[in-house]
Design a binder for this molecule. Structure first.
Ligand SMILES: O=C(O)CCC(=O)C(=O)O
Length: 310
């Protein structure tokens, strides 16, 4: 795996020589890993500078405390406005900060850019629309799941995620865990006929997935990430956050999810062209008790699809 990526990195840096036919495919090793394992790794993809700028933006979000920003308190298990997080919780709880991609360019740039967008386009098979971001300062310790349960794409397979390491991840900090090859498990069908989660039926989902994992001999691995690494996973790859053995350790990282342009247009989304793809402009996540959530200002080049443009 690593050697094929070295080849790809040489290609990206321009030191790769094309074959005599000139037809070599720089993304072939990544696409092959994607197809056989359900994920792809881009070691050292981002520079220290790019990573530090994104980290600074997360710090800025917590300093500015824009009232429209929304976080999930992963200890108290509740969603709230960032501005309402008290000092005690900020110091002692773990938070997932939602959708900084809509607010801070330095975060958005890690989700879409001239080097990453072509890779995402190849793996997704469509032009990607960056539709959310989740910034973590500590591990998520999230149960194993597939993203298609919660962000069920309108068209099967038209959802991918990237995970970017904003620092080296210590193995006691709760690294990302994943099951290579699990993307081949046919998605569970709930009583609604959909792959979308029905919470009361999750015990059946777990029993089904555990059975499939055992029957296929799949084994979990952890991503011992180094700062600047990118991990890309399919909507159907089983993954989660490993237990946090040392709560004092940070695990700065950001997850981005992407739907396809076609699915977003079919759903009338507002898309902002960016670095060969789009980012979705929308309200922030709703917070119980706060009415309609607010969106950031609409960029002048936004493309409003659906009824208005039909
Ligand atoms: O970063 C992690 O620990 C897991 C994140 C995750 O599972 C997700 O965002 O779907």
């Amino acid at each position: 795996m690593k050697s094929s990526f070295e080849w790809f990195k040489r290609r990206l840096s321009g030191t790769h020589r094309a074959s005599s036919s000139g037809q070599e495919d720089a993304l072939a090793p990544i696409a092959a890993q994607w197809s056989s394992e359900g994920y792809a790794v881009l070691p050292g993809f981002y520079s220290d500078e790019e990573i530090e700028q994104a980290k600074a933006a997360v710090g800025q979000a917590w300093a500015e405390r824009l009232p429209r920003l929304v976080v999930d308190d992963m200890v108290a298990l509740k969603r709230l406005r960032l501005v309402d997080v008290d000092e005690h919780a900020r110091a002692h709880h773990r938070f997932k900060t939602n959708d900084l991609y809509m607010e801070y360019e330095a975060v958005r740039r890690l989700g879409l850019n001239a080097r990453l967008t072509p890779i995402l386009t190849r793996l997704l098979g469509h032009v990607p629309v960056l539709c959310n971001s989740l910034s973590f300062e500590q591990g998520s310790a999230q149960d194993d799941h597939i993203d298609a349960l919660f962000m069920t794409p309108r068209s099967p397979h038209q959802l991918v995620a990237t995970w970017v390491a904003l620092e080296d991840c210590h193995l006691d900090a709760g690294p990302l865990r994943y099951y290579p090859g699990s993307h081949r498990i046919p998605p569970y069908v709930f009583s609604t006929g959909s792959h979308h989660v029905v919470e009361t039926e999750m015990p059946h989902w777990h029993a089904y997935v555990n059975h499939e994992v055992a029957a296929r001999g799949l084994k979990p691995e952890v991503f011992a990430a180094r700062k600047g690494d990118v991990f890309i996973w399919s909507a159907y790859l089983l993954h989660g956050g490993s237990p946090i053995n040392d709560p004092a350790r940070t695990r700065n990282s950001v997850v981005f999810h992407y739907y396809s342009e076609g699915d977003c247009v079919a759903q009338g989304c507002t898309l902002v062209p960016y670095e060969g793809g789009y980012w979705m402009h929308r309200p922030h996540q709703p917070v119980p008790g706060f009415g309609e959530p607010e969106a950031p200002p609409l960029p002048a080049n936004a493309r409003v699809t659906g009824m208005a443009s039909a």
